[in-house]
Design a protein around this ligand. Structure first.
Ligand code: KG4
Ligand code: ZN
Length: 336
């Protein structure tokens, strides 16, 4: 069975062909990062225009690379939320047009569920149930994956997402978008114990996150140093901030794992590319005897392959959309 999948929720235009749900035949990603970099973050209107320009050539490249034609495709999966509305609409419109013209069933995919399913592509042996921590630029969520189509949201951030905090702090420190990889690189030369930053909501069995207080604390520290006319050690700030985020994510995940009696922990989303986070999570899982999984680096950030994997399992369960499918910028993980 072949799935053609489209992803246009933010600043990557991507199309993929997936065979039998877990085998990547092609995964073409066109990133707009260099275009948005000069503005310090993603400009929604520019993102939509870039998607319009690239979506059809990228679909063609995905089919050609996979050595299939549209007639070989069994169904079309597309991200319809959460994300930027104008960006999502481009993918949704393209998928609906192909679905109608080629008479192929359409599957509407939740982007965050796609991130989690990236792990099925990197780990052929992985099966539910497991606990997933999804950390991206827009979301931080702990989700119980009971089965391929049954999820329960345990908690999420009340304010900023983890990736958002990385991006904002990097920007104030003068580093280009996206800030996550910049902070990680900088932190390698820093002392993680140099500055103590606060952790929020750290009481037991509280599965919500809050990163806005931490972000403000780091920004206050930088401003205070500036006002005093004193320099700061950027590597120490990055390492201390990163350590606080990583410890918060690991502590909450371990608490949620014991609460939900999970045996397997899965990391997903753009921030899961962070080596410090995956190493700390691995160490904590080893101590508790949990199996730990995280996606290959190329599957951590936005890509069409993860959407194809999710679409396959929805199609298997008969979850198809019709041509009324619309973009849903704030689409939640439904639990069903
Ligand atoms: O999942 P993703 O590609 O897009 C969204 O769905 O948001 O995640 C992008 C986020 C950005 O905030 C970026 O700074 C962060 O992932 N990120 C990282 C790293 N690589 C990407 N954060 C920390 N360390 C990294 N190595
Ligand atoms: Zn994403």
């Amino acid at each position: 069975m072949y799935t053609l999948a489209l992803e246009t929720s933010c600043d990557e235009t991507s199309a993929a062909v997936i065979e039998d749900g877990r085998h990547i035949r092609s995964n073409i990603i066109s990133t707009q990062v260099p275009i948005h970099r000069k503005f310090g973050g993603v400009v929604p209107e520019i993102a939509s225009r870039q998607h319009i320009e690239y979506v059809m050539p990228i679909i063609k490249e995905a089919l050609d690379t996979a050595k299939v034609t549209l007639s070989d495709i069994d169904h079309i999966g597309v991200t319809y939320g959460p994300g930027l509305v104008g960006a999502l609409l481009v993918g949704v419109a393209a998928a609906k047009a192909i679905s109608f013209a080629a008479d192929k069933p359409l599957v509407g995919v939740n982007h965050m569920e796609g991130h989690i399913f990236a792990n099925f592509l990197s780990h052929p042996e992985l099966e539910p149930p497991f606990l997933a921590l999804v950390v991206s630029g827009g979301h931080t969520q702990l989700v119980q994956i009971n089965d391929y189509n049954s999820f329960k949201l345990m908690g999420q951030t009340r304010d900023d997402a983890a990736g958002e905090a990385f991006d904002k702090i990097a920007r104030v420190m003068g580093y280009p978008y996206p800030g996550g990889p910049q902070i990680e690189k900088l932190a390698k030369d820093g002392n993680p114990d140099a500055i103590e930053f606060p952790k929020a909501l750290h009481e037991r069995h509280n599965f919500e996150f809050s990163f806005s207080g931490l972000k403000s604390a780091v920004l206050n520290y930088l401003h205070t140093q500036e006002q005093r006319g004193e320099s700061y050690n950027a590597a120490d700030v990055a390492a201390s901030f990163q350590k606080t985020v990583v410890e918060t994510l690991v502590e909450k995940t371990m608490d949620a794992a014991s609460y939900s009696r999970a045996k397997k922990i899965v990391l997903a989303g753009g921030v899961s590319a962070n080596g410090c986070l995956s190493a700390a999570m691995q160490e904590a899982c080893d101590k508790k005897g949990y199996a730990f999984y995280h996606p290959d680096p190329i599957l951590c950030t936005d890509n069409g392959a993860m959407i194809g994997c999710r679409a396959y399992y929805m199609a298997k369960a008969g979850c198809f959309a019709d041509l009324t499918l619309n973009a849903k910028p704030a689409l939640p993980i439904t639990g069903e």
